[in-house]
Design a protein around this ligand. Structure first.
Ligand code: SF4
Length: 359
């Protein structure tokens, strides 16, 4: 593994104020803060690392439940390179002007808010604990705190969804000064409250695809350029950390359920927060990062799959797959100049079906 290879560290904060009805992330609800014993366990693991990261990402869970002094200690222990991107995920109702100023002073460069919708009835249905007005307020505080990068998440194809709900949510994020927007289709995952008790009015697959294509069009019109299936940014404001994942670069995840890929070897931590705190569980090897992983990740990006790079990783398309790829181009699902094969927004909607043929 070369030191010149970009390297990112992900710190998982598995605590939330309440459990959202659609969420299958590893997190414990009911938290008012992050136990110091958990922060100490992260510090213990970070002390084993000697490689300075280009990016540091606090994900969750709800990392904004950390107090700024805890975040500062973790940033210091991670020892990021000068100019590193340091992201912290937040929910609008767990921040105050003081905590946001504290996170900024601790070195956080990028604050990412789970806004999801500008419709209060929708937010209640999702089990979110903030309101649209609260989200606008949090974005204003983030601007005042001086974050160079402010990000907002939108969920698409929610129950009883309309393009007007999307427009209101986009306006909230745009007017709030977001430099980056992630727009995700709702997926009802096993183990969630929505899976056990599906909400009424869920759009079908065709309607969800139409909501996605509408969102891509409106985000582009508002100056947010798509660079990944679900990610859009003002030019120059793309998220550097997640690009490490999609480019199969090195990243080390720390905390229960966190995943890593370093030197093409994938590892994960068991989802056992008490074992992590006690130091009785260790990272497990998951397997190697293969050419198929590279294909899967690169086709998420608007920049697409560079076929010579894919071949250098041991991948090769069969003659039948090449015929299929030309058919994708013919149907408007892809663009292929002989060297780079990339999906159009219409192709991204059917990405899973395309991947089935190519893998
Ligand atoms: S969606 Fe975010 S805030 Fe809601 S339970 Fe999941 S991790 Fe916590």
């Amino acid at each position: 593994m070369s030191e010149a290879t970009p390297f990112g560290i992900y710190l998982h904060i598995p605590y939330c104020k309440a459990k959202c009805r659609y969420c299958d992330f590893y997190s414990a609800p009911g938290a008012r803060g992050v136990p110091q014993s958990y922060v100490d366990a992260l510090l213990r693991e970070l002390a084993k690392n000697t490689r300075r990261p280009d990016t540091l990402y606090f994900g969750g869970g709800t990392p904004a439940l950390l107090v700024p002094t805890q975040a500062a200690a973790l940033i210091e222990a991670a020892n990021p390179l000068p100019g590193a991107e340091i992201t912290l995920e937040a929910n609008p109702d767990v921040v105050t002007p003081e905590t946001l100023r504290g996170f900024r002073a601790a070195g956080v460069t990028r604050i990412s808010f789970g806004v999801q919708s500008a419709d209060d009835a929708q937010l209640r249905r999702l089990g979110r604990t903030h309101t649209a007005a609260g989200a606008a307020q949090a974005l204003a505080w983030a601007r005042e705190a001086g974050f160079p990068e402010i990000c907002g998440d939108i969920m698409l194809a929610l129950p009883e969804y309309t393009n007007a709900e999307f427009d209101r949510t986009l306006a909230l994020l745009r007017d709030g000064g977001c430099t980056h927007i992630s727009a995700y289709l709702l997926k009802v995952e096993p183990g969630t409250a929505f899976y056990r008790n599906p909400p009424a009015g869920l759009p079908d697959g065709d309607a969800a695809a139409d909501f996605y294509l509408y969102a891509v069009q409106q985000l582009e019109a508002a100056g947010y350029r798509q660079y990944e299936i679900s990610n859009f940014a003002r030019p120059g404001h793309e998220g550097r950390h997640n690009l490490l994942y999609w480019n199969c670069s090195d990243y080390w995840g720390v905390g229960p359920a966190a995943h890593s890929c370093v030197g093409n070897v994938r590892r994960f931590w068991p989802d056992d927060v008490q074992g992590f705190i006690a130091g009785t569980v260790a990272e497990q090897r998951e397997g190697d990062c293969t050419s198929e992983d590279y294909l899967l990740m690169q086709l998420r990006l608007v920049s697409g799959l560079n076929i010579p790079a894919y071949e250098r990783r041991g991948g090769r398309f069969t003659a039948a797959q090449c015929v299929f790829m030309r058919q994708c181009v013919g149907h408007g699902y892809a663009v292929w100049d002989g060297e780079v094969f990339r999906l159009t927004p219409a192709g991204m909607v059917v990405q899973n079906a395309i991947l089935e043929e190519l893998m």
